[in-house]
Write a protein that binds this ligand. Structure first.
Ligand code: BES
Ligand code: MN
Ligand code: ZN
Length: 502
């Protein structure tokens, strides 16, 4: 889908459809006001009779605008009661407009929604979110349907109309960033949605390599199990034992500053299917454990998006990828393994496998002399209990880094919420037989999982994002969300901006 920017008045624009906002009870936006004048009061008339719903995200088409309106039709989008839109309402309005346009058969439209006022947000943000929310609303995953029926007349071009020539540049910048992030989100959603049989650790590695072909600046290296043995990655390998699919360690590098900086290292949990292993999971909704590689997908997608935007930053992505299955050779409860760090781990539950693969990836990260390390993982069901499906769980050994991530989540409409990483919790990991156990009992499961990882992240500033509740939706809308690609991209953009200022 193509996004462009232009100036012009709502009644003069030639388009299949102009998109304007109205608020309740009967307040017209500037663009709607112009259309009302040009159509001899048609909008106010419809509002008065209740034929236009001004509720937030409600859409109404005017198919035969009266008078002198140059567009073939008008899409009126309700903005609700508030004088200034909240960022969340703006996204909702944009998504509603996109869906309505797609269903209407208009292949092209001109939107005035970026001229609405949004609390605390500028035009760059509005243009960027127009792309992100539109692409998110129109995303379809039908590569595995034999009779995929794409819309006959899909929305192909959306013009973002700005108020003045001085605004063109800001809107263009927003669209450029938004497009890269939307591409990233889509890649993460596609990879996440692919089933375990078609998205094995090897497939994930091939996907990462394919990105290098599109973007030569993205260097991709794949370590196999032999390499992992040499590195002493006994924890990662202990998970892979139960599977016929060989584990892979995918390492991606993007040197936007020539590799001179201490890089940001992103680590993504890549369990391409989590059956629980010998501590096998109950059958209900087990299919959803194909999404246990959504952390990996978000890291791969973020590196791809950063490279495409040519961000001035040095970045490393590390993806430990494996299946977790119960073979005769699988790890058993009580088994003790030695991690790359030398610390020994008693595996009391083979379903707590994410931390076992991440801990070796955290040790591996050390060789890049990182400025910060952020791991992203569908790590604990407890995080879904604590935060539901709205916020990513955030834990960190450095408050400044945590604050940067929280702020990035707010700006990107992809929020995180911090949980404490106190020593008291860490004690729950004690083992009678090894340096630590891989589970910490029933209480505070998200925190004890992070405490476990923290033991392997002592040499750098580190944050952990538990995306168990946000990485995918269940039920009728089942599918990967692409989160937290927007948060990660915003975090990287903020760092680039801070550097520019310095
Ligand atoms: N991948 C799961 C976490 C998960 C479960 C995410 C459900 C989303 C929905 C992880 O590997 C796991 O199984 N964690 C266990 C840990 C427990 C054994 C300490 C869990 O959360 O039950
Ligand atoms: Mn598990
Ligand atoms: Zn898992």
């Amino acid at each position: 889908m193509n996004f462009s920017v232009k100036t012009g008045e709502a009644d003069k624009i030639r388009s299949a459809c102009v998109v304007v906002g109205v608020s309740s009870p009967r307040r017209l936006s500037a663009a709607a006001e112009r259309l009302d004048k040009a159509t001899r009061g048609q909008l106010r008339e419809l509002l008065k009779h209740g034929d236009i719903d001004a509720g937030c995200g409600k859409t109404t088409f005017i198919l035969d605008p009266k008078g002198r309106c140059q567009a073939e039709r008008i899409l009126v989008v309700g903005c609700g009661k508030e004088r200034e839109l909240s960022p969340a309402s703006f996204r909702k309005i944009v998504a509603a407009a996109a869906k309505a346009l797609q269903d209407s058969g208009a292949t092209e439209a001109a939107s005035f929604l970026c001229q609405l006022k949004v609390e605390d947000r500028d035009l760059v943000w509005k243009a960027r979110q127009t792309v992100e929310a539109t692409r998110e609303a129109l995303f379809r995953f039908d590569e595995l349907k034999s009779d995929a029926k794409p819309p006959k007349r899909p929305l192909r071009r959306l013009a973002v109309v700005v108020a003045a020539r001085e605004d063109l540049d800001a809107a263009r910048r927003g669209i450029r960033t938004g497009t890269a992030i939307a591409d990233g989100v889509e890649l993460a959603r596609v990879l996440g949605n692919r089933p375990g049989n078609l998205c094995t650790p090897s497939d994930l590695a091939e996907q990462a390599k394919a990105l290098h072909k599109e973007n030569p600046e993205l260097k991709v290296q794949v370590l196999d199990e032999k390499d992992m043995h040499k590195l002493g990655m006994g924890a990662l390998l202990s998970v892979a034992r139960g599977s016929r699919q060989p584990a892979k360690l995918i390492v991606m590098q993007y040197h936007g500053r020539g590799g001179e900086e201490n890089p940001v290292v992103l680590i993504g949990k890549g369990v391409t299917f989590d059956s629980g292993g010998i501590s096998i999971k109950p059958g209900a909704a087990m299919d959803e454990m194909k999404f246990d590689m959504c952390g990996a997908a978000s890291v791969i997608a973020t590196l791809s998006a950063a490279a495409r935007l040519q961000l001035p930053i040095d970045l490393v992505g590390i993806v430990p990828a494996t299946e977790n299955l119960p073979d005769g050779d699988a790890s058993k409860p009580g088994d003790i393994v030695t991690s790359m760090s030398g610390q020994t781990i008693e595996i009391l539950n083979t379903d707590a496998e994410g931390r076992l693969i991440l801990c070796d990836a955290l040790s591996y990260a050390d060789r890049f002399d990182p400025d910060v390390v952020i791991d992203v993982a569908t790590l604990t069901g407890a995080c879904v209990v604590a935060l539901g499906h709205h916020a990513t769980g955030l834990l960190a050994n450095d408050q400044e880094l945590a604050d940067e991530l929280l702020e990035a989540g707010r700006m990107a409409a992809d929020r995180a919420w911090q949980l404490p990483l106190w020593d008291e919790y860490d004690e729950q990991l004690s083992s009678n037989f090894a340096d630590m156990a891989n589970i910490g009992g029933r209480s505070a499961g998200t925190i004890t999982a992070a405490c476990f990882l923290n033991r392997f992240a002592k040499d750098y500033r580190w944050a952990h994002l538990d995306i168990a509740g946000v990485a995918w939706r269940s039920g009728k809308e089942k599918g990967a969300t692409g989160r937290p690609v927007p948060l990660l991209m915003q975090f990287l953009l903020q760092r680039c901006e801070a550097q520019e200022r310095a």
